[in-house]
Structure formats: C-alpha cells, structure tokens
Design a binder for this molecule. Structure first.
Ligand code: EPS
Length: 395
C-alpha cells in the first residue's frame, strides 16, 4: 500500500517527503513534479513568500534511470527563505529575538501552544503553515504519474472566491472535456468562467485594501475511475471516507461534499438518485448527483467533489485576541500572508487525493509492478464488459 510522510518547517532549511509503495518500473518525469510545484505557487492574491521561492524537487532515492525501483522514494524541496531565518530558526542552541505570544483567531496558534507547552507560537505556526503542502503536491505528482498510466485523470477548478461565484451553466461542455486543467491553469484564479474571473480579481484587490482575506469553493473531478474501487464493507474502506479525510487535512479546508452534497438536501429520493441504464457496453447514468460514488465505491462515473476553504486567518486588520503570556487583550499577531490561496488549494486538492486513488487501484488490482497492475485492470474490464479506454463522463 502507498504510505507517505512529510517533514519540514515553513522557514526551516527545507521540506522533505518519503513515499513508499509506488509500483516498480513506473517512469517518473521530474519536470512534471516541478510543474505541479509551480502550479501550486500561482494564483492572484498570494503573498510575498511566493516571490522568494521557486519550488523544485531534489530526489534522493527510489528512482534509477528515470524509473521507480520499488524502494522508498525520498526527496527534498529547499526553502530559499531559510537564508533569512537562520538565527530565528536555528537548529543549534539559541533564543528567539521575537517570540510570538499573540494567537491569531482561526489558526492553530492557541490550541498548539496550549497542547505542546510552548512559549513561542512560532513553534506551532512553522509546521501548521500551508507551506507543508508543497511536499504533498510533490507526493501527489508521483502518484498522478502512476494514475495517468492507468488512464485516470484528476482535474480541479475554482467555483467561488468570497462572494463571487462562477456560472457553471456556461461550462457544461468544457467540463466533459480533458481541457479543464489547461483552461483553469490559464486563469489567474483557476476559474473557468472569464466573467467571474475578472470579478474575483477585483474582489481580491478590494479585500487586500481592507486588510482582509477570502476563502472559497473548489470543484475536483476524477475521470476514468473503474467502477467498484473502495468498498462498502467497513468505514475505513469507503473511497469517499478516504477522499474526505485527505481533503479535510488540507490547511484551512472546512467542508467536503460529493456530487450534489448539501445542495441536494431539499430533493426527494426520486429526484436525488441517478437512474441506471444499459447500452450493451456498460451501465450508465444520465445524471451524477451521487458524485460518482455509491456505497463507498466508485460507480465508474466522474467522481465530483467540492471543498470549502476558509479565509486565511492571518489578517493585516487583526482580530481580537488575548496575549498568551500576559493575558492582556490584544489584536492578534500579524505575519506576511496571502489574501487568498483558493487557487493554490485547488492544485493541492488534486495532489492529496492522488495517493488515495493510487491506493484504491493497488488494493483492487494488486501487483507491485506497473505491468502486473495494468494486466489485472484489463482482465477486470473484460470481465465486466466495459471499454477500458473510452469511459463516458456525466458531470
Ligand atoms: C506558504 C508559505 C507561507 C504562507 C502560507 C503558505 O509563507 P510565509 O509564512 O513565509 O509567508 O504564505 O502559509 C499560510 C497560508 C498559513 O496559513 O500558514 C506556501 O508556501 O504555500
């Protein structure tokens, strides 16, 4: 099974990752990993740190002559900003010149210092920072390269920033193509609706002037998942429970929904469920309100998920808080921050679900080398009578 760990502080020397369980003989394109890291750094509304960093992966093990050799893959992404933090973040003995004692509402700051008995909130914020997601994007890129080999694609786009919503009715045709990421990548806010894009950019600029921040909603589409991945037999085998856990673990994500999700709560069962048809090749649906998962298993339709990312808690117009040391009332600590990181979160969401999907494939089809897995998938598709390459999309 695929397992991974990440390590690293936001302003430490670097971020490291270890990924175990990737099938052998998979070609790894390092440029693709670096491109995913680049995508994570984009988006209108990001702060000063993204001007300092150009995230690149340095692979230390697990790959030989471009291919996986079944051993753990390890890598490092160096933090360029480390140069400016060597005293404050020293690994050797030392003392902070500027301990932080004013917790930001909405951040890990207060619960973190209480829990670990720290006297400096920096010990908490360095690891709770969303900088950690650079490592998970690299891990996700290894897994995406495996998923692409077995025909599975992951797309994402931003459907809302603050109070501006993209008009999805305009995008129905585009959502059925493989152009979603190309189009979203060409938008400064990763949205597919050009009118909403302009409004979102203005909304972010206005919010910046007010010293405030914005959250939003992202839609993720997983295409060409074979039916029957995951299982109904136990809570932790359900594919939707695993995907939800991965997504809610992204810093600042507060909600996850599949298909219609909360938006379908008002519908009676007769309108909510996706009727089943058969066209001599495969079963299909004419709607996808379930979001491609029934009973914790993929149905073979697109898996459609939405996540809500809350506004970043670091505000230039800080909120009321209480000093951790003196108990005096204060306005919370200010750190350089992004106005919104919803576009970046869109890229991160693709990455964090990739190991879950890769795991589901390996669990169903077994095999520790790429060819064995592919053979097993073809056998399965032959048995159920589906066309492996040309699955149909119903978003
Ligand atoms: C981030 C780097 C951080 C923040 C951001 C994510 O850089 P710095 O703290 O040096 O400005 O921009 O972190 C947060 C949003 C957070 O809540 O901690 C990155 O690389 O994505």
């Amino acid at each position: 099974m695929i397992k991974y760990m990440t390590a690293g502080e936001s302003h430490g020397p670097g971020l490291t990752g270890i990924l175990e369980g990737m099938p052998a003989n998979l070609s790894i394109n390092i440029d693709k990993i670096n491109h995913e890291l680049y995508r994570r750094q984009q988006g209108f509304g990001r702060g000063g740190r993204m001007k300092i960093e150009t995230d690149k992966v340095e692979i230390l093990s697990g790959i030989r002559f471009v291919k996986t050799i079944a051993s753990p893959i390890s890598f490092v992404i160096h933090n360029k900003d480390w140069e400016n933090w060597q005293t404050e973040m020293a690994i050797e003995s030392g003392k902070s010149n500027n301990p932080i004692t004013r917790p930001r509402p909405g951040h890990a700051d207060l619960s973190g210092v209480l829990k670990y008995n720290f006297d400096d909130i920096r010990n908490v914020l360095e690891r709770s920072s969303a900088r950690e997601t650079a490592t998970r994007v690299a891990i996700g890129s290894f897994c995406k390269q495996f998923l692409n080999e077995v025909n599975i694609q992951i797309f994402s786009h931003v459907v809302q920033i603050g109070n501006i919503k993209a008009d999805l009715n305009k995008m129905k045709a585009l959502l059925l193509t493989d152009e979603i990421n190309t189009k979203a990548d060409s938008s400064q806010v990763r949205t597919l609706d050009p009118e909403a894009e302009q409004q979102m950019i203005e909304h972010i600029s206005d919010t910046k002037k007010q010293g405030d921040t914005l959250g939003g909603v992202i839609e993720i589409i997983i295409r060409n998942m074979p039916p029957g991945l995951g299982s109904y037999i136990h809570w932790d085998k359900k594919l939707d429970s695993q995907l939800s856990a991965a997504l809610i673990s992204i810093q600042a994500v507060k909600g996850v929904e599949f298909g219609q999700g909360f938006r379908g709560a008002h519908l009676p069962g007769s309108k909510f469920h996706d009727e089943i048809y058969y066209d001599n090749k495969r079963y299909y649906r004419t709607s996808n309100k379930a979001g491609g998962i029934e009973g914790g298993m993929s149905t073979g339709e697109d898996i459609v998920i939405r996540i809500m990312k809350k506004p970043i808690p670091t505000l230039m117009k800080p909120l009321h808080s209480v000093d951790y040391k003196t108990k005096e009332e204060f306005f919370a600590h200010k750190e350089r921050s992004d106005i919104t990181a919803v576009p970046a979160c869109s890229v991160i969401s693709e990455a964090v679900i990739a190991p879950v999907l890769a795991n589901a494939i390996i669990e169903k089809f077994g095999g520790d080398s790429l060819d064995d897995i592919k053979d097993s998938i073809i056998n399965y598709f032959n048995r159920i009578g589906y066309d492996y390459i040309n699955q149909k999309s119903t978003v």
